[in-house]
Design a protein around this ligand. Structure first.
Ligand SMILES: [Zn+2]
Length: 378
C-alpha cells in the first residue's frame, strides 16, 4: 500500500525546496522561487518569512527579476548560520579551519603541539579549538561539529581509530576530545577527507580513485558519489601494497610498500623545501630531475596497477598537487603506456581541483552536509 503524504510533510518539503533553491542560486527573488518551483506566492512568502525569522536566510539587497521585469527584494541563505570546524592532527602540529555552509573558509590557524597519547595533549588541543572558536565570534549553537582528520584508519561509526601506526594512536577514542568539547565530534581518515573536499568542489564527480600524495601516501575510492569503506574499514589502503620485496622500511613494518616509493617523504630529502625542489626540477637541475623521474616511474607503476583493478579516473591530490603541471601528467601517461597492455586514451589522470586545505575542510564538510540534508528536509 502506498503511504499518503501528510500536509506537514508537504510543508517541510516546500521549505526544503525553497531553502535549497536559494542555496544553489545564491541570490534570488521571491518571484523567481515561485515561478521556478511552481509554488504559490503565499506559500513562498510564508516560508521566506519563517526562515528569515529563524535566521536561516536573509534579505540581500535587490535583484532584477526574470519574470516580472523590475527590481525586487533578493534573498540569500545566511552562510554563517552554522559553522563547522575541521582539525588535522599531525605529529608536530594541529591545523584548524572553520567553514560556513558553503564550505568556504572563514578562518584557519596552525598550532605547534607535538602529538602524544597523554591527557594533557588532548586537553590542550581542545583548549586551542575553543580559543579558535571564540576568535570567530561564534556562539556554541552555531557550531555543527568538529571533524578530526587523522593519518589513521577509522571505525565506520567514526568514533575510534582502528589503525594508527604513524601517530601510534591505534585504539584512540573520540571521547578523548569530546570530554572537553560541547559539540559533536568525529574522526575521519585524512585521505577520505581530502576526497570529500574534492567531491564538494566537483559535484559531478561520482567515480574516481583519489590519491593523496602528501608526506605519506593515502587514497580513497569514490564510487557512485560515496567513499568506499569496505568490510573492515581498510579499503583503499594502497600505501601498503608492496611494489618490491626489498626497499625502504614502511611504518607498517614491511619493506617496499607504495608509501616508501610514492609519498613526498620518498621524493624529498629530510627538511627539503618542496617549493625549491620543484623550482630546480623545472630548471632541469640534474640531481632533482633524476629523483623526480624515479618518483614518476614509481607513481606510474602504482597507478597502472590500480588502474588495472579499477578502470576509472585518477585524481592526483594531496600536498604534492599544487606543484604538479600538465607536463607531469604527460610524462606519467607516457610511462603508463609502456606498462599497460591496453591502448589507453590519455583521459584518466587529473590534478586535484582543491589542492589547499583539503584535509581540514574535508573533515569539516560532513557536518555541513548533514545540516543541509536535514534542516531543510531534502
Ligand atoms: Zn606499509
Amino acid at each position: 500500500m502506498e503511504k499518503s503524504i501528510t500536509p506537514n510533510q508537504i510543508k517541510q518539503n516546500n521549505r526544503g525546496l525553497i531553502y535549497h533553491y536559494i542555496y544553489k542560486n545564491q541570490k534570488v527573488s521571491q518571484q523567481d522561487i515561485s515561478y521556478d518551483l511552481r509554488l504559490s506566492r503565499p506559500t513562498v512568502t510564508a516560508n521566506l518569512n519563517a526562515m528569515e525569522q529563524e535566521g536561516l536566510i536573509r534579505k540581500n539587497g535587490q535583484i532584477d527579476t526574470e519574470y516580472v521585469g523590475r527590481k525586487a527584494a533578493a534573498y540569500s541563505i545566511s552562510a554563517d548560520y552554522r559553522i563547522s570546524i575541521g582539525v588535522e592532527i599531525l605529529k608536530k602540529e594541529v591545523k584548524m579551519i572553520a567553514v560556513d555552509l558553503y564550505g568556504e573558509k572563514l578562518d584557519r590557524t596552525v598550532c605547534e603541539i607535538t602529538y602524544e597519547y597523554e591527557e594533557s595533549y588532548f586537553k590542550k588541543v581542545c583548549e586551542k579549538i575553543l580559543e579558535f572558536k571564540d576568535s570567530l565570534g561564534a556562539a556554541d549553537e552555531q557550531i555543527l561539529g568538529i571533524g578530526f582528520a587523522m593519518q589513521a584508519l577509522i571505525s565506520p561509526d567514526r568514533q575510534t581509530v582502528l589503525y594508527g601506526e604513524i601517530l601510534s594512536c591505534t585504539g584512540l577514542s573520540i571521547e578523548k576530545f569530546t570530554r572537553y568539547l560541547p559539540y559533536p565530534c568525529a574522526f575521519i581518515h585524512d585521505a577520505d577527507s581530502a576526497a570529500v573536499s574534492e567531491m564538494w568542489v566537483s559535484p559531478d564527480l561520482t567515480d574516481a580513485f583519489y590519491l593523496s600524495l602528501s608526506r605519506h601516501l593515502g587514497a580513497a575510492v569514490i564510487s557512485r558519489g560515496e567513499i568506499l569503506t569496505g568490510k573492515h574499514g581498510h579499503s583503499s589502503t594502497i600505501e601498503h601494497i608492496r611494489l618490491s620485496s626489498g626497499g625502504a622500511l614502511c611504518y607498517c613494518g614491511r619493506r617496499g610498500c607504495m608509501d616508501t616509493l610514492c609519498s613526498m617523504s620518498a621524493l624529498l630529502e629530510d627538511r627539503e623545501n618542496p617549493e625549491e625542489f620543484f623550482e630546480k626540477v623545472r630548471r632541469k637541475e640534474t640531481s632533482c630531475l633524476e629523483r623526480w623521474d624515479r618518483f614518476l616511474d614509481n607513481l606510474a607503476e602504482a597507478i597502472n596497477l590500480l588502474h588495472l583493478i579499477y578502470d576509472t579516473d585518477f585524481i592526483l591530490g594531496g600536498y604534492l598537487a599544487q606543484y604538479l603541471c600538465g607536463e607531469d601528467l604527460e610524462s606519467l601517461y607516457e610511462r603508463i603506456r609502456d606498462l599497460t597492455p591496453f591502448a589507453e586514451e590519455q583521459d584518466f589522470l587529473r590534478i586535484s581541483k582543491m589542492p589547499r586545505h583539503n584535509i581540514t575542510i574535508g573533515a569539516a564538510l560532513p557536518f555541513v552536509q548533514t545540516f543541509l540534508n536535514g534542516v531543510a528536509g531534502r
